[in-house]
Ligand binder design. Structure first.
Ligand code: ADP
Ligand code: MG
Length: 675
């Protein structure tokens, strides 16, 4: 068993003029100690041989054995695991101190700085230990590199032109060092400095045009490979921080992109959580919600036709009461819409305005409910028919100055009563005494008047028949037949308690009885909620798109850092890092950025939420539309923040693992070429 045994190894490259042997197949047995020099002209194949021996490159043919174990063609280079390497251009890691550089390969295996300091001292470099390697001279750097190669006490050290970049004095110092370490280990050195080789080499090999000659007369060895200590990962943090600093600009951009992504996710989630409760709170924020229309709906099949007509009639009071008995307290009234319709043009002063909504309410004094909605003016007394309440929408449409003005509305209708046509003229001069704030989004201007007072007013207007007998409008409407237009085909219902609204909406939704309920407030609420669910779907889509974009940004950024750091990764692999460790530096970076931006988004989100809610309130008149459950969600405390940060880390990992995994091949020889 030989310490190092190359069996029939060779390297062939494909060139444009056919295959080319950079190293012709050869077999070499190395002794277990001494300084072996590989000599040859430039381009003769010296480095190629060294790369094959150290495992930096795979041979085209043959294999390399270390103490009888095959070490070539493996995922990790032999030199990283069992050897040490000295490069022509040192390949120390800038920005790190001398001692940290030397200790790095040991740190990967749980070793410490102590041995590094001792090694430095034995090479007369103790005073430099805490300097940044950037500040050293070439000779010093190379001796530091030799210390680094020795830190794990390898039995084989490779050196490719170690004096190639040094002056004579320094070359001698370096050669002295190599000579010294070759006393009890194998040092394989490439050099074309014949004078130095003559003085220092124990044995030599020559290469000419890829053909190796010379004999080493190696003897067998019995020593078993040393057991390696377990791995440690603490050193990764050093590189992680180095990368963060080096990629500061790119990383800040990723951080911002992450903030945008996570904030939009949080806000979207806040909307999802907040919009229904906000709507439910707003839905009662109107005087309109307490009234509904009830009509009987029957289908009429036309004989000889496929058409079906829907016929609406005004249900009787008893029938309505029975049907709605589950609702609790409510008032019923005939609909006087024929004489005083819902939509009428009106005058403010001399100006004639477009029709707007005139809504009857049962209790104009707003004592039962609604007085909290008053934003301006005072509670109507409920004693005079001329008092009315308008909504903010009305003021917005017709101007502030109309507050306190008289709204004059009149309606002329014709009624056939007892065979005689009657002209009925109803005029109301309504004074705006109060403005109520109601859910304004999608709402229309409304004027609320007291239905009992309208009824009292109508009871003073009489109809006269052919015989000169008279009847007032109220009793006329109350006694009209159910399908007469004078009864407006429906009956009005007024709830006495806002808590009943939900049950009414439920009835409207169910809609399975003969009586049909309709409510303006319900339609408004319904349109808002369908608008809102459409918004939620598109919001989810946008958030998904934002995350695809974020994944691409993160993937690109960590991939570009990985490509920029390829040389360093190659070096780490040669120094003994595992592939996973070398890649994890870049993957950790994006996971950490994601975690950081998620954490900052969490901190920032309550402020953004408050700001957006403020804007939404101004725009849509809805309070607290966004409501992120940061405290407790589904009964689990801090579920959302924890899930966000954990999710962000996983997201960052996936976003950067994919591009790096797809492109992870690193050609060590190419990255570490000494040029
Ligand atoms: P040196 O003795 O100067 O260290 P090398 O071992 O680096 O020489 O190179 C030996 C020969 O192999 C050179 O002619 C070089 O051009 C060639 N060679 C090295 N690497 C490659 C490669 N990746 N592809 C093609 N030819 C290569
Ligand atoms: Mg070379």
């Amino acid at each position: 068993m030989y310490l190092l045994h190359a069996r029939h190894i060779g390297k062939r490259y494909q060139t444009s003029s056919g295959p080319f042997w950079a190293l012709r197949p050869c077999s070499i047995r190395f002794p277990d100690r001494g300084l072996i020099a590989i000599e040859g002209k430039s381009g003769s194949g010296k480095s190629t041989l060294l790369h094959l021996l150290s495992g930096i490159e795979n041979p085209s043919v043959g294999n390399v054995y270390y103490l009888g174990k095959k070490v070539s063609r493996r995922a990790l280079p032999f030199v990283g695991e069992y050897g040490g390497m000295v490069f022509q251009h040192y390949n120390l890691i800038d920005g790190m101190s001398v001692v940290d550089n030397v200790a790095l390969p040991a740190k990967m295996r749980g070793g410490g700085k102590k041995r590094a300091l001792a090694l430095l001292a034995s090479f007369g470099l103790k005073d430099l230990a805490h300097r940044d390697v950037k500040a050293l001279s070439g000779g010093e750097k190379q001796r530091v590199a030799i210390c680094r190669a020795l830190i794990n006490d390898p039995r084989v050290v490779f050196a490719d032109e170690p004096t190639g970049a040094l002056d004579e004095t320094n070359s001698i110092k370096v050669m002295d060092a190599l000579k010294r370490i070759s006393k009890d280990r194998l040092v394989i050195m490439v050099s074309h400095n014949r004078a130095l080789v003559d003085v220092y080499a124990d044995k030599r090999l020559w290469i000419e045009d890829g053909k190796v000659s010379g004999a080493l007369n190696a003897s067998q060895t019995k020593r078993e490979p040393k057991k390696r200590k377990g791995r440690r990962h603490g050193w990764l943090w050093t590189f992680f921080w180095r990368n963060l600093k080096r990629n500061a600009f790119k990383d800040s951009m990723c951080f911002l992109a992450g903030m945008v992504g996570f904030l939009s996710l949080l806000m979207g989630f806040g909307y999802l959580q907040g919009n229904m409760p906000a709507m439910e709170a707003e839905q009662q924020n109107t005087l309109n919600y307490l009234s509904a229309k009830v009509s009987r709906r029957s289908e009429v099949h036309l004989p000889g036709s496929t058409l079906t007509l829907v016929k609406r009639t005004s249900p009787s009071e008893e029938e309505t009461r029975e049907e709605l008995s589950g609702l609790g307290g409510f008032e019923l009234s005939p609909d006087y819409g024929y004489f005083f319709p819902m939509a009428m043009p009106f005058r403010i002063g001399e100006d004639v305005k477009e029709p707007c909504s005139f809504c009857p309410i049962w209790d104009i004094t707003l004592t039962q409910h609604g007085d909290t909605l008053i934003s301006r003016g005072e509670k109507p007394s409920g004693l005079r028919f001329d008092e009315c309440v308008v909504n903010e929408e009305f003021i917005r449409r017709y101007g502030k100055e109309c507050f306190g003005e008289e709204v004059v509305v009149s309606q002329r209708s014709t009624v056939s009563f007892g065979g005689k046509g009657n002209e009925v003229f109803v005029e109301a001069k309504l004074r705006l005494v109060a403005v109520v704030k109601e859910f304004g989004f999608l709402n229309v201007p409304r004027v609320y008047y007291s239905l009992p007072l309208l009824e009292r007013h109508l009871s003073t207007i009489d109809l006269i028949d052919e015989n000169g007998d008279s009847e007032d409008i109220v009793s006329f409407v109350r006694t009209s037949s159910e399908d007469s237009p004078y009864a407006s085909y429906d009956r009005l219902m007024f709830l006495s308690d806002p808590k009943q609204v939900a049950s009414v909406y439920h009835l409207i939704e169910k809609g399975d009885s003969d009586l049909e309920l309709t409510s303006d407030a319900y339609s408004l609420w319904k349109s808002f909620s369908s608008l809102s669910s459409a918004f939620v779907s598109s919001l989810s889509l946008f958030v998904c798109l934002a995350f695809i974009g974020l994944a691409l940004i993160l993937g690109m950024a960590s991939f570009s850092s990985f490509v920029e750091g390829k040389k360093e990764s190659a070096l780490l692999l040669v120094l003994g890092a595992k592939r996973g460790e070398a890649f994890s530096i870049y993957i950790m970076e994006s996971a950490a950025l994601c975690a950081l931006s998620a954490a900052f988004s969490l901190i920032f989100s309550p402020f953004l939420q408050r700001f957006l809610n403020h804007l939404l309130l101004r725009q849509f008149d809805v309070h607290d539309l966004l409501k992120m459950p940061l405290g407790s969600f589904l009964g689990i405390p801090y579920l959302v923040p924890i899930a966000l940060v954990v999710g962000a880390i996983i997201f960052g990992l996936i976003a950067s693992v994919i591009p790096i995994a797809v492109n992870k091949r690193i050609s060590l020889a190419e990255e570490l070429r000494d040029e």
